[in-house]
Design a protein. Structure first.
Length: 94
């Protein structure tokens, strides 16, 4: 992502499932960080996205918000025995 928007996006404006919004609210968050504002709309639309930002800017939270939203929106088929997800995470020393 090369877009350097500084727009503030409220989590409530993203159309998230109530269960996801409740977790965000309980954690005390109201607006997205810049990396979240840039990547969440893309990920929530079901498209692949990659982003790079400093440690502590909310990248993992953005990944998890999109993941939980997708899991709640599309329950697994009855024939599916489990649900999985994968995230590549370089170490902080990388």
């Amino acid at each position: 992502m090369t877009d350097s928007r500084s727009d503030s996006i409220a989590f409530a404006s993203l159309g998230l499932k109530p269960e996801v919004m409740e977790g965000i609210r309980q954690a005390g968050f109201v607006t997205c960080t810049p990396i979240q504002a840039q990547t969440l709309p893309i990920a929530l639309a079901g498209r692949d996205v990659a982003g790079q930002a400093q440690t502590g800017t909310g990248k993992t939270a953005a990944f998890l918000v999109a993941l939980y939203q997708a899991l709640l929106a599309r329950p697994p088929a009855a024939s599916r025995s489990r649900t999985g997800s994968e995230q590549g995470c370089p170490s902080r020393g990388s």
